[in-house]
Write a protein of this length. Structure first.
Length: 278
């Protein structure tokens, strides 16, 4: 297979060994440690994709500051899109004629069990619905990929994230790198084992690569927060309606615009959080 370009959307909560806040918060000693494991999971995916014939891999760093991966240790066959304020956030690059997308280090959605489960905001959102169905970051990003005709090839994360992926990307290969015990505990497989599993799964998944004709259509997103003032803050945005004391909703003409609007909603809600009282 020749001329195959893949987008790799890399999050951190679903990475090998990650189980609690300090593992993923920039500046902590644990974060420095898990940057290496994060880069290891990404490299394993790149290795597998390239071994199967991928000719280019664009890695979109998608966690928090989006400056967590170690460029100096990245597989030289990949290129890294790093830094914040990308128009399509976790999925920047999906518009660049890629033939498939891999979700590495993904986690379960807000309101569900899973290691560090959330949707965009760490703990202020209790649920997100896309066209009436519950959706997390994986589901939202898969819907955006579909709009561009790009298949989701691979999802790695804990067992809850992989089970969730069966709903939004049933054809994708999944790799469980740890089993959720609680929000902050997991049975973790060592990096050597998860790297081998990710590498093999990435190679196998490439056979499903192939961009098709995308189809844009209207979408509706609703967001439920854990506090009334966050919904009120988000409802200040034109086109965003406050549906209940903690819930807002909006319509968009396509998934690209829906994701841009969702990014605005979450950004404003995050700025409305005030210290330990939320």
């Amino acid at each position: 297979m020749g001329g195959v370009r893949i987008l790799l959307s890399a999050d951190m909560e679903g990475v090998t060994g990650v189980t609690w806040t300090d593992d993923v918060v920039p500046g902590t000693e644990q974060w420095q440690r898990f940057r290496r494991l994060f880069t290891g999971d990404v490299n394993a995916c790149v290795e597998g994709l390239c071994a199967a014939g991928a000719t280019g891999v664009l890695v979109n760093e998608a966690h928090s500051s989006q400056r967590n991966l170690l460029l100096e240790d990245l597989d030289e066959r990949a290129v890294l899109l790093t830094g914040r304020h990308k128009p399509l956030s976790m999925m920047q690059g999906i518009e660049s004629d890629v033939d498939g997308v891999a979700f590495v280090g993904y986690h379960a959605r807000a309101g569900e069990e899973g290691v560090l489960s959330h949707t965009y905001l760490e703990n202020s959102i209790t649920g997100v619905w896309l066209d009436g169905a519950p959706a997390g970051e994986g589901g939202l990003n898969a819907a955006l990929a579909a709009e561009y005709g790009v298949p989701v090839l691979l999802v790695t994360g804990d067992d809850r994230a992989c089970a969730e992926a069966a709903g939004y990307a049933p054809a994708a290969t999944t790799v469980v790198v740890k089993e959720c015990v609680s929000r902050y505990a997991a049975i973790c497989r060592p990096p050597a084992r998860t790297a081998a599993d990710i590498r093999a799964a990435a190679s196998e998944s490439l056979r499903r690569a192939g961009r098709t004709e995308g189809a844009a259509r209207p979408h509706r997103i609703e967001v439920e927060f854990d506090a009334a003032h966050l919904a009120a803050a988000a409802a200040v945005i034109p086109t965003v309606d406050q549906l209940d004391v903690r819930r807002v909703g909006f319509d968009a003409p396509n998934m690209t615009e829906a994701m841009k609007a969702f990014k605005i909603v979450t950004t404003i809600a995050a700025r409305a959080v005030q210290g330990i009282y939320g």
